[in-house]
Design a protein around this ligand. Sequence first.
Ligand code: ATP
Ligand code: MG
Length: 607
Amino acid sequence: MSTPTPANTPAAAAAAAQEAAKPSNFLRQIIENDLEKGTYASRRWAGSPGDAAHHAAGQPDPAKIRTRFPPEPNGYLHIGHAKSICINFGLAHDYGGVCHLRFDDTNPEKEDQEYVNSIIDAVQWLGFDWSQPGNDKPYQASDYFDFMYRAAETLIEAGHAYVDEQTVEQIRINRGDFSKPGVDSPFRTRTPAENLARFREMRDGQHEDGSMVLRAKIDMASPNINMRDPAIYRIRRATHHNTGDKWCIYPMYTFAHPIEDALEQITHSICTLEFEDQRPFYDWLMDRLCESGLLAAPAPHQYEFARLNLTYVITSKRKLAQLVYDHKVSGWDDPRMPTIVGLRRRGYTPAALQMFAERIGVTKSDSWIDYGTLEGCLREDLEAKAHRGMAVINPVKLVLTNWDEVMGAGHLEPCSLPALPHAAEGVESPVRHFTIGKEVWIEREDFEEVPPKGYKRLFPGNKVRLKGGYVVECTGATRDADGNITEVLATVVPDTKSGTPGADSVKVKAAITWVGVADGVQAEVRMYDRLFLDAQPDAGGKDFIESLNPNSLKVVTAIVEPSLANAKPDDKFQFERHGYFVADRVDHKAEKPVFNLAVGLKDSWGK
Ligand code: ATP
Ligand code: MG
């Protein structure tokens, strides 16, 4: 045998196979092309965001590319944002670049520190890091207000912007539509000096909210309506969480965003498809501010990808907020919510969400992803990692009537099973310990007085194995006055304990899960189902509240084996035959275990 070289180790082979399996991602091609051509090779980076002069004084940028994730801190992030985070941080990581976390907080009214904190948590939990040597704070767009103001004055001075005093209604009408070109504003021909004076009056609070706006002067006849002199600054007397009352004018998003990108020396500004029509304005603005020398060239470029649509899920912060404020769910972190905090509490792992983002790929056309794809990723991640355990979710007592006689009165026999029965070779599985005695809990569905065809579990005269314990032979059941089964009865077959030489002496067709009455622990188990019954709950303007699933949560009391009762919050398990469960990160306590159903064992969606 030759010594393995890095190229032929199993790890290298696995990495190569994984690389080859990466779904097509047009963004990779764009970046690889830019790297090859050296599009951004001349860029410099001064260690912090800034204008052309600032960066010119810096070093050649050590980051080969710069991407950014720019959430507006007006709600909790959801699965769609997770896709965007994985794309932006993932590309930066793969190509020797850096991804910035930037709070897009230029809208003074909606932001909140609670959301800022939750976004930081979500990005970190997903496994990404924006911090740079000497620079570990996320960026905030509102830190750039001074610069944005300067950029606006620069445009005005060069004759590229004017203050328009038409009413909102007049502006709307004069913008025209798809079939009709726009009409020039009577204020469009003002001189730069007049515009500058007016704009300064706006800034100094001399005009009413809404009485005038600053507009870019582009082309009122453009076939792209976004290029018909878009508004770039408006008067808004609102206190901003970062800048307080310093400003009474605020930049419009379409003006602010390209500038934020440029100040941060972003190379690839990746956003969702609805911004496609804004790209000409993005480029126009970058060209004007680069030619004026204000911003460092080469300017960033915007690329659009299809947003994530997931069946049975809504991905709009505003609509998710409605579910929270109308108490349709218990909060942003309700395990049925597609928020990152909700998914986390449901039992999702960062690895599963990253796998999902990778698997769905990045495309330019809108489509719906099947919810089962997301669940499949979680199952795949937990399959190898989650400890196994037995839990009886709908319990009925099984009494071994000959136990005292053959095993000794009150005897408890210790049993054990591996926690990771499919552990990789060389990995030693931890062992779970539990006991069996005269009484155990079994699933109600595991006994049938009159067995349906093909039924292999407990019915009078049939033998089954209690998994990890003994073979038992069913003798019948007791019932209450209403005919409900109160106890199932069986006899234990001595010398058939799992793992002993006699285990195979009696052949059985089924092994059933169980938990000892002596050491089983009561646990609250929250059985979650999809939140909506409609696969596209909010498509086409539908009222998504109407398709809420009334049975999306069922709470049951289950009995779990001792190893499960020792769970710590966030620990994940496979409850054998039932699915994957997580110890609830909020309510689980040693003295009162609480588990959430994360995902079933099989794909049951749409079936
Ligand atoms: P929402 O409509 O839910 O409020 P948003 O787009 O307004 O979402 P932002 O905070 O502005 O939310 O988004 C931050 C980033 O996340 C943006 O780059 C946006 O394109 C991306 N993003 C938001 N929703 C999705 C989605 N469903 N799929 C992919 N990316 C998304
Ligand atoms: Mg938004």
